[in-house]
Design a binder for this molecule. Structure first.
Ligand code: GAL
Length: 645
């Protein structure tokens, strides 16, 4: 559903209180200075998602028309086709499984007409344990679905055929709100689930002005999420609700054997905090089985490379391989969709009825060398080495220092001759580069300096390349996004990201209204090999093909783990900076100690060489501190920032 936006936020504390129980985020007394180095790696570690989760989810295939036979049928197909052994482990039930919340004790009741194995001694004595046990006996894992609010998405945005919870208003409150401990204990301890996806419709579809709420069908809940208005979305409140959930998960599963998927569709600036709250977080509204919509979902992660890493993944939504414009008649599109998800470390969750999958589609989902790109243990999201509206080149540093994965992607409607260069790969010019075509699973002729690929519209090429890194004795920071953590991004006022493709909205009669507008916050975030606003990194006319671009008043952490000896960068205010009058000082810390510092640098200053000895340092912190307060964002560059052994 793509109609979650456009609702009035009822943002007033008194009203929340009147609505019974919603507690807004507490006022913060003394907030720590975000630029102050902590001396410790700040990313929280929890859950079991060292690699992007892989599996199957019922939603894209069946919506609420899920049942046990369909689910087990797809699970069996995953086993029989060999997909399980390739890594597809999670079988996730989405919306539709619930009958009601039993009164007065609040225990959730399963809809046994579709999950007969959940039938217990009485009509309200149900359990999904038998189903979970069955999946576990197939060496699979089991996922369940809920909502962070009182009610779920199918209730807020029903289709004519939706299977909805039944009963009184209280019985139909199937979401986690007010039942966090009770439900998570049931799902994870009693039923034995391994994974939970937590939607957010309870926070945007049940405000007091909604007809169904006015009609008394649902209790009102303030619209904390206003999908098309980042400024009206109550970011801290939403973050806190998901934070409580994470803490509760750690209580019910103290060994950390869970996966927590946040589904708030890229709203509430989740880009910036998802990493500390969930194992994956949706970056956009729902995918649909059409090309233009896939582009929208993909774009919402394509420039977020510094915000994901092992344990914590950007989620552009589940796969649509198998349906619509990604079905067996559109294998070019299906392969491209799959390769793109792989190179940005997206979770690979199949959304297709596998009981009837043609071989050609199983071969897409089961392409072992494409899956291996996604599951590379280093967990570096692919970085844009070339970008335009029509053609993009993503390069992903693999765990082996001299190997990279590459996707060259023709987004447009015309054939393109794409030139892949040694510079895109950060390999040494004049040296031999070995290439393997990962779809065809065969080596291509080696090349030096550059090679050209002719790409049909919507076609992509996925490669593994091996060569001599430009930095023989170290790595550019932009080659190790998984080791970077954006502790402070310098953004003062959230802005919607204008780079994300805006397809015609199919949900509400196509071109009625004036069209979709940029809605997802994230414009101005830290970037690898780019400024935060998608310009080339440049200091006094000198361009840097490697480096980190970020706003001033930022702090980046780098997990060095004592593996490097030397940090170096050329720093300064980027030529593209909107702010030109203030100056910025650059500081490098090692485990909390100041190691090096630049003078205050302004727009007219030459790039400054900033070097620091980092032998034995575990956490490096890079602070860009603006001297005085500018009137526009100051863009800075850590040009050629690198760590050497
Ligand atoms: C949406 C969510 C979908 C699916 C659906 C269920 O909000 O993004 O992935 O879970 O709800 O109703």
């Amino acid at each position: 559903m793509s109609l979650k936006g456009g609702y009035q936020a009822l943002a007033c504390t008194g009203l929340f209180a009147a609505l019974g129980g919603f507690m807004p985020a507490p006022a913060v007394g003394s907030t720590p200075d975000p630029l102050e180095p902590t001396g410790q790696w700040m990313e929280k570690s929890f859950g079991s998602a060292a690699l992007p989760p892989m599996g199957w989810n019922s939603w894209n295939a069946f919506h609420t028309q899920i049942d046990e036979a369909k689910l087990i049928g797809s699970a069996q197909a995953i086993v029989d086709s060999g997909l399980r052994d390739l890594g597809y482990r999670y079988i996730n039930i989405d919306d539709g499984w619930w009958q009601k919340r039993r009164q007065p004790d609040g225990r959730m009741v399963v809809r046994t007409s579709i999950f007969p194995s959940a039938t217990g001694a009485g009509p309200e004595e149900t359990s999904l344990r038998p189903l979970v046990d069955r999946l576990h006996s197939m060496q699979l894992k089991a996922g369940i679905y809920s909502d962070i609010g009182r009610n779920a998405c199918s209730q807020g945005y029903p289709s004519p055929d939706s299977l909805l919870p039944t009963g009184t208003v209280a019985e139909r409150e199937v979401g986690l709100y007010d039942h966090l401990a009770q439900d998570l204990t049931l799902y994870f301890q009693e039923w034995g689930f391994d994974y939970i996806k937590v939607d957010g419709c309870g926070l945007n579809a049940f405000s007091a002005d909604k007809p169904a709420v006015k009609a008394g069908q649902f209790r009102a809940f303030p619209a904390l999420v206003v999908s098309d208005s980042i400024n009206q979305t109550r970011v801290a409140d939403i973050r806190n609700l998901y934070g409580r959930l994470r803490d509760e998960l750690m209580r019910v599963r103290p060994m950390g054997d869970f996966v927590f998927s946040i589904c708030n569709w890229g709203t509430a600036n989740v880009r910036a905090w998802g990493r500390d709250y969930g194992n994956l977080w949706r970056t956009s509204d729902d995918i649909e089985p059409r090309w233009a919509r896939m582009l929208y979902n993909f774009d919402s992660v394509a420039t977020r490379e510094l915000y994901s890493g092992p344990g914590h993944w950007n989620d552009p939504d589940m796969l649509y391989v198998g349906q619509g414009e990604f079905d067996a008649n559109h294998l070019t599109e299906a392969r491209t969709h799959f390769a793109l998800w792989s190179i940005v470390d997206a979770p690979l969750l199949i959304g297709y009825d596998l009981r009837q999958a043609p071989k050609a589609l199983l071969e897409v989902l089961g392409a072992p060398e494409i899956v291996a790109v996604n599951q590379d243990p280093a967990g570096n999201q692919g970085v844009l080495a070339y970008t335009s509206d029509d053609l993009q080149i993503f390069v992903k540093q693999l765990a082996a220092r001299d190997e990279k994965a590459v996707v060259i992607f023709n987004r447009g409607t015309e054939q393109v001759n794409a030139v892949l260069t040694a510079a895109h790969l950060k390999f040494r010019p004049g040296t031999t580069i070995q290439v393997r075509d990962l779809w065809r699973r065969r080596d291509l002729p080696a090349f030096t300096d550059e090679v050209t690929f002719a790409l049909a519209p919507r076609e992509s090429v996925t490669l593994r390349v091996k060569g001599q890194p430009l930095l023989a004795d170290g790595m550019y920071l932009s080659e190790m996004p998984a080791r970077l953590y954006v502790a402070a991004d310098g953004i003062d006022a959230l802005q919607a990201d204008p780079q994300i493709h805006r397809p015609v909205n199919m949900g509400d009669g196509t071109t009625r209204g004036s069209g979709p507008r940029p809605a997802l916050a994230g414009w101005g975030g830290a970037r690898a090999d780019s400024t935060p606003y998608n310009n080339e990194l440049r200091l006094r006319g000198k361009a840097y093909t490697s480096g980190i671009g970020v706003l001033a008043n930022s702090r980046l952490q780098v997990r060095a783990d004592g593996q490097f000896n030397q940090f170096s960068a050329q720093v300064g205010m980027d030529d593209s900076s909107l702010e030109q009058r203030t100056k910025v000082r650059f500081e490098v810390y090692g485990d909390g100690r100041l190691l090096a510092r630049s003078p205050a640098l302004g727009a007219m200053d030459a790039p400054f060489d900033l070097d620091a000895k980092v032998a034995g340092v575990k956490t490096i912190e890079l602070v860009a501190r603006e001297m005085g307060k500018g009137s526009a964002p100051a863009v800075v560059a850590w040009g050629a920032a690198a760590l050497r052994h």
